[in-house]
Design a protein around this ligand. Structure first.
Ligand code: SD4
Length: 337
């Protein structure tokens, strides 16, 4: 009797599993799609979208997307950005494709498009990361022009301002006015905040993922300082089976948890992009304790279904999402404290 009941239970379970799977509708995949950090992401997404919509590769989209931001003098990514505390702009970038190919440059000076140099490192060298003068020499050997060593007008103004106290107390991406200092992020004329970074992840029409991240790093940082942005696994990670993630904010704390890699691994465990970003942010908050209120970190992610999400420590972070000609819009990042 007992055996017969067990058989019936198993049978009905098996049957329901069969009927569920045979009638379950396949979820539609939203692709192509591109998302990127901060308000500058709208223009960057547009450039990426132009490639994606005509069937182009996600890798080309994420490179050309963030090049728009690197070239913009009205922004703080690229050569127009705030310098280090010795007065030099030093740039970091990395890129990753669907085959886990990676390239990165860091502490790179006088080169307008570090993301393209990172791609060349990926494609033309047996290495994954070049830094400093070596990265610059490689860039020049690949035909990148050496730009003049000169601060933009905006950056010169903020550097002069910073020199008054020369206080080494970097603040990244904390937007609320109560936290503003002479050298904290401020609003530009176009209404954008002057962030230091753009991170972008995309899925193309073939369902392949890629990502890019490029930054001038923390304004008025110590000379030689690197953050998370050029570090694969921290500022950016792509797994073509699962999804892709990128980070912005205080790089030291993103590195501490291997942030972007963690987000992708959490998605592998079944979390949505938003919940994966949230869990990663929670981990930083747990480590930092009360000090978490003094920093900002934001993550954004997409998965293979084309779902997207983002989360940050505190209010003020937003990201741009684009998946159609008329769908390129800002999403406020949900926050925890
Ligand atoms: C860094 N994560 O160098 C970068 C800074 C950043 O918007 O994201 N600024 O630590």
């Amino acid at each position: 009797m007992l055996a017969r009941r067990k058989f019936l239970q198993l049978g009905s379970l098996g049957l329901s599993a069969i009927s569920f799977s045979s009638f379950k509708l396949k979820p539609t995949v939203r692709k192509p799609i591109v998302i990127s950090t901060w308000g500058e992401g709208i223009a960057a997404n547009q450039a990426a979208w132009n490639i994606l919509k005509s069937g182009g590769r996600a890798l080309d989209a994420v490179e050309q997307g963030v090049m728009v931001t690197e070239a913009s003098q009205n922004c703080c990514v690229g050569l127009g950005a705030n310098p280090d505390r010795d007065g030099f702009v030093t740039l970091d970038a990395c890129i990753m494709d669907e085959n886990a190919n990676i390239g990165s440059v860091a502490f790179l000076e006088r080169i307008k498009h570090p993301i393209s140099v990172a791609r060349k490192v990926m494609e033309k060298t047996p290495h994954v990361m070049l830094v400093g003068i070596g990265a610059q020499q490689f860039a020049v050997s690949q035909g990148f022009p050496l730009e003049p060593q000169k601060l933009s007008e905006e950056a010169q103004k903020s550097y002069n301002n910073w020199l008054i106290k020369s206080e080494y107390k970097p603040v990244i991406n904390i937007e609320s006015s109560k936290n503003q200092t002479a050298f904290a992020p401020k609003k530009l004329d176009n209404g954008n905040w002057n962030h230091d970074t753009i991170g972008m992840v995309a899925m193309d029409a073939n369902g392949n993922l890629s990502g890019s991240c490029t930054t001038s790093g923390m304004g008025f940082k110590m000379r030689g300082r690197l953050g998370d942005s050029p570090i694969i696994g921290a500022g950016l990670f792509v797994d073509n089976e699962i999804g892709a993630a990128t980070a912005t904010g205080q790089g030291e704390d993103v590195i501490r948890i291997c942030g972007a890699h963690l987000v992708v691994e959490l998605m592998r465990q079944g979390l949505s992009p938003e919940n994966a970003c949230k869990k990663a942010v929670e981990r930083i908050i747990k480590i930092k304790g009360a000090a978490a209120k003094n920093i900002q970190v934001g993550f954004i992610a997409i998965n293979k279904q084309g779902e997207y999400g983002g989360y940050c420590i505190q209010k003020g972070f937003d990201f741009a999402v684009c998946y159609a000609d008329d769908k390129n819009f800002m999403v406020p990042g949900k926050y925890i404290i």
